[in-house]
Design a protein. Structure first.
Length: 116
């Protein structure tokens, strides 16, 4: 069985731009805006803390021969997996029975990986 590092993150969807689509319609004495709708453009972002965590995990996984599994808690499947594993904050790293919540120190993660 391959040694696996599970990394729980949240890939938040944020609004980057809004615009109006459609044209107002002339109606009697005024203008009707019923055909105009607001469109929001969104982008998924990962926090700096989670980005730093992923970089560290990728580097150590390559050195130690571990497989990485990234679980996005922003989607339904990721939320369910996180709940089943008891993950309440991101980033969270799980290796076997060991768990690191928050941004790990390199030494802390190396210790966990060397025990597996």
């Amino acid at each position: 069985m391959a040694k696996t590092i599970e990394v729980y993150i949240v890939n938040k969807e944020v609004v980057t731009q809004t615009s109006l689509e459609g044209r107002p319609l002339a109606a009697g004495d005024g203008v009707h805006y019923c055909s105009v709708k607001e469109i929001a453009k969104t982008e998924k972002i990962i926090s700096e803390e989670e980005t730093a965590t992923l970089q560290l995990v990728k580097k150590l996984a390559a050195e130690k021969g571990f497989k990485i599994q990234i679980i996005d808690t922003a989607n339904f499947r990721g939320k369910i997996r996180a709940k089943l594993k008891g993950v309440k904050t991101t980033p969270t790293i799980i290796v076997g029975d060991s768990r690191i919540e928050g941004i790990p120190k390199r030494e802390e993660l190396e210790t966990v990986l060397s025990n597996k």
